[in-house]
Ligand binder design. Structure first.
Ligand SMILES: [Cu+2]
Length: 65
């Protein structure tokens, strides 16, 4: 399981947006996003580039810290 910390989420809508972004990445499954801690966890069924994850989160308006 991979855990990343995301900055900029302020409500459930943000959580859904981040979930959608992560869930749209090839090989990413079981995405969970916690608003209170700002943490997102997911399982990767194939190697997932963290740089790519950061880029996509950024495009959605949030930041991986
Ligand atoms: Cu929001």
């Amino acid at each position: 399981m991979t855990t990343i910390k995301i900055k900029g989420m302020s409500c459930q809508h943000c959580v859904m947006s981040v979930k959608k972004v992560l869930g749209g990445i090839d090989g990413v499954q079981n995405v969970e996003v916690d608003l209170a801690s700002g943490e997102a966890t997911f399982d990767a069924t194939q190697p997932v580039s963290l740089d790519m994850v950061k880029e996509r989160i950024k495009k959605a308006g949030y930041e991986v810290v």
